[in-house]
Design a protein around this ligand. Structure first.
Ligand SMILES: [Zn+2]
Ligand SMILES: [Zn+2]
Ligand SMILES: [Zn+2]
Length: 122
């Protein structure tokens, strides 16, 4: 459980450095490079501790559940700060310019928003 997303159900492996993070902000705090996003996403369920992969381009409603234990892992991220939904630009491009906490919260949410990732990347 990380300090940014209080209800994280899965860890996600970052495509860039192949480490496990609960959210994009954890990656940001411990890395010297921006988080790379990928269609091919690897998750580890925190409930059953098993790993599974999803393709963000083919993500359907049934894919919001862990294939091993049916844990519903796609949730609105519950963050310590109030998060405002901002219509997302590509966060990879914008992250250097972001100063506003609300925008940072949006950036942090983005890795969990797999359905949206297809739009972002496609
Ligand atoms: Zn990385
Ligand atoms: Zn975090
Ligand atoms: Zn599971």
């Amino acid at each position: 459980m990380c300090k940014h997303v209080l209800n994280a159900q899965v860890a996600i492996r970052s495509p860039c450095c192949r480490k496990w993070y609960d959210c994009a902000e954890c990656h940001q705090e411990t890395s010297d490079h921006p988080l790379q996003q990928s269609f091919d996403m690897t998750f580890a369920c925190k409930k059953c501790k098993k790993c599974f992969r999803k393709d963000a381009r083919e993500f359907e409603d049934s894919d919001e559940y862990c294939p091993h234990c049916d844990n519903h892992f796609v949730l609105e991220a519950r963050t310590p700060k109030a998060s405002l939904q901002v219509e997302g630009e590509d966060v990879r491009k914008d992250s250097r310019m972001l100063k506003d906490d609300r925008v940072r919260a949006e950036e942090e949410r983005s890795i969990f928003n797999v359905k949206d990732a297809a739009n972002r990347l496609g």
